[in-house]
Design a protein around this ligand. Structure first.
Ligand SMILES: [Zn+2]
Length: 250
């Protein structure tokens, strides 16, 4: 079954077929732009991948259970697949594989212009991006089921994901919070910034950007110490509330 190799055109048609059915059946996803999504949508997505790409191989052969979940806290990777460490010693019925998708990537898809390449494929909309990340996770699931382990940096995985889905890379390159903050607010890690806290203007240096910017502020009582022995307190500040000083002190 997993020796199948689809050509580029077939993959495109099948992927579109999955998308069309999802949009038709889902109450949340009504176009190629994702603004709402539920676990159930991933379930639907999986069912149509199984039908359209795998001729119901999972349905007919996998005795275990699939679970799908969503996370708003995943910040680097847009999907993960989890399976029990002791999978090789379990009865097939006991195996539970969970695919979890980090949904912020897809909600924010349109916030940045420019090309968004996912697993080596140029995507045109957030639904397509979601599908390709999901395809990557399906390949992990296949490896877990057949080989009991999975590694997307190894050749076996690369071949599998290329044959089935035309992927040429294991990484999504969708905009991260950090890239969005950089493009929209002109801030980046290492920048000197100031912000208002308790009515006072405070300045510090950005040490990280996630949903908020982490700003290190000099303070003799701070818990963080740099190489020079300076102490800092870390503040988490919404990215739209930090400002770069007009004439940054060098
Ligand atoms: Zn992977």
């Amino acid at each position: 079954m997993f020796k199948t190799r689809y050509d580029e055109n077939t993959i495109r048609i099948k992927r579109k077929g999955v998308a069309d059915r999802l949009v038709k059946e889902s109450v949340n996803i009504k176009s190629t732009r994702i603004t709402k999504i539920s676990n159930g949508d991933l379930q639907i997505l999986f069912r149509y991948y199984d039908q359209i790409f795998f001729d119901n191989w999972f349905e007919n052969n996998f005795k275990g259970k699939f679970e799908f979940s969503l996370s708003r806290r995943m910040t680097r990777s847009a999907g993960i697949t989890m399976c029990p460490k002791n999978i090789s010693s379990l009865n097939p019925e006991q195996v539970k594989i969970e695919i979890r998708m980090g949904i912020d990537f897809f909600f924010k898809y349109d916030q940045l212009d420019g090309s968004k390449v996912v697993c080596g494929i140029e995507t045109r909309n957030s639904l397509e991006a979601l599908q390709i990340v999901f395809e990557h996770e399906i390949c992990h699931a296949i490896e877990f089921i057949i080989h009991n382990k999975s590694n997307c940096h190894a050749d076996r995985f690369k071949k599998l994901s290329n044959n089935l889905f035309g992927h040429t890379d294991s990484h999504h390159k969708m905009p991260t919070n950090r890239q969005i903050a950089c493009a929209k607010f002109g801030i980046n890690v290492g920048d000197k910034v100031d912000f208002i806290y308790d009515g006072k203007r405070i300045n510090g240096i950005i040490s990280g950007i996630n949903k908020r910017a982490a700003v290190m502020v000099r303070n003799t009582k701070g818990a963080f110490v740099d190489k020079l022995g300076n102490r800092y307190v870390k503040y988490y500040v919404p990215v739209n509330c930090v400002q770069k000083p007009e004439n940054p002190a060098k």
